[in-house]
Design a protein around this ligand. Structure first.
Ligand SMILES: Cc1cc2nc3c(=O)[nH]c(=O)nc-3n(C[C@H](O)[C@H](O)[C@H](O)COP(=O)(O)O)c2cc1C
Length: 391
């Protein structure tokens, strides 16, 4: 599975976050690489995520006094050293033998936030223990609604008991995107890597109940029509009622991930969501969705500061974070970039990625004449026509 040894130091030619990709490629086999890099269809949205940052230009103010500035922020009651969280990424043992344990340890050691996927290859509790060993960074749990509904509540309770501080409800991936790159290599999870938190029955005494529930699911499927999408997968897709259920079930703040339309953002917040993530899942679900950054301004305008808005998709530079904040985000998440670093250099690599982003964000702020994140605004973007692009 791993084709080259882990780096034991940071070579000189890794000067930017994107430099990790080539090292990760050398280390990972075609199977893992296709899963990590793949996006839906022609992968246009994935490219647009990046292009949306590149085509916005900064407009600096000179001679501002920014001594004593910083890029710390507070999110859902927790202070973060920089406005970056590690996005939920499934099955991290594909990329490093310690998988999510390595990610959690490093994020926590740096005080950075980490979101653990429902499809993690390490247990909710083991990841919490690794995070505690590392330090005191916040950890959130990401929920993919499970067809077996009782399992959802169990997952939420386990996350609460293990000290996760928010539930991230991902609503944009009720079915797998059609990812041709994975199809072309015949992607398969290697033996020994699985979504361990979904193993059932957790309680050996509940085997009878488990089998009963499986039979009733199979029965329901038989009664439906022939479409794999509408008659099967979408029957278990999250709905607004499920969000209401989740909000009523957990005492933790709920963050809704995968929103692109302002009406959906407003509805989620009206129901009680504590935050939303403007995201197209890194382009992995449906191709030709808009770039997340292009969807952000209209959402920010409608939410009008009611909740913090997060954004992911395409972020590779500190200046990207600056632009996202200028257009209305409070913080961002990164996905593939930290996994590249995990694959190439383990915990070390993730720490380096966070350091590079912090250095670049601080330099961008200082050179634009801004000393604090809450002073970043569209005034620092050059072309006003780029300020608002409707979703
Ligand atoms: C390999 C991979 C696995 C992912 N798994 C999940 C997941 O389990 N849950 C989820 O909500 N998002 C998942 N995502 C989406 C990320 O959380 C995030 O939205 C996306 O990676 C951001 O784009 P970026 O990779 O350009 O930073 C995954 C992304 C990748 C690349």
């Amino acid at each position: 599975m791993f084709q080259a040894p882990l780096l034991d130091g940071i070579p000189q030619d890794i000067a930017a976050v994107a430099d990790y990709a080539a090292y990760a490629r050398r280390r990972l086999d075609d199977n893992a690489w296709a899963y990590l890099e793949g996006a839906a269809g022609d992968e246009l949205t994935r490219g647009w995520n990046r292009a949306a940052f590149d085509r916005r230009t900064l407009l600096p103010r000179v001679m501002a006094d920014v001594a004593g500035g910083h890029c710390r922020t507070t999110l859902l009651g927790r202070e973060l050293p920089l406005p970056v969280l590690l996005a939920p990424v499934a099955w991290q043992k594909l990329f490093h033998p310690d998988g999510e344990l390595a990610t959690a340890y490093t994020a926590s050691a740096l005080g950075a936030g980490m979101v653990l996927s429902t499809l993690a290859s390490c247990s909710i509790e083991d990841v919490a223990a690794a995070a505690q060993q590392g330090g005191n960074g916040p950890r959130w749990f990401q929920l993919y609604l499970q067809p077996e509904r009782q399992l959802n509540e169990e997952l939420v309770r386990r996350a609460e008991a293990a000290g996760y501080e928010a539930i991230v409800f991902t609503v944009d991936a009720p079915l797998n995107g059609i990812r041709n790159r994975e199809q072309r290599v015949g992607f398969q999870l290697p033996a020994g890597i699985e979504a361990v938190n979904l193993r059932r029955p957790l309680d050996p005494n509940d085997r009878a109940g488990f089998e009963l529930r499986q039979r009733s699911l199979a029965e329901k499927r038989k009664q439906r029509g022939p479409s794999n999408v509408f008659d099967d997968l979408m029957c278990h897709a999250p709905t607004w009622k499920d969000l209401e259920w989740l909000l009523a079930t957990t005492r933790l703040p709920v963050v809704v991930k995968g929103v692109l339309h302002p009406d959906d953002a407003v509805r989620a917040v009206d129901l009680g969501a504590a935050s939303i993530v403007v995201s197209n899942h890194g382009g992995r679900t449906l191709d030709t969705l808009p770039a997340s950054l292009d969807a952000l301004p209209a959402i920010a305008e409608r939410l009008f500061g009611r909740v913090p808005i997060l954004l992911d998709g395409g972020i590779q530079r500190g200046s990207d974070i600056f632009k996202a904040i200028a257009l209305g985000a409070s913080a961002v998440l990164i996905g593939r970039p930290y996994i590249h670093a995990l694959a190439a250099a383990g915990p070390f690599g993730i720490a380096h990625v966070l350091r590079l982003l912090q250095d670049e964000l601080e330099a961008t702020m200082a050179l634009c004449g801004v000393d604090r994140l809450d002073r970043i605004s569209t005034d620092f973007l050059k072309d006003p026509s780029f300020r608002r692009i409707d979703a």
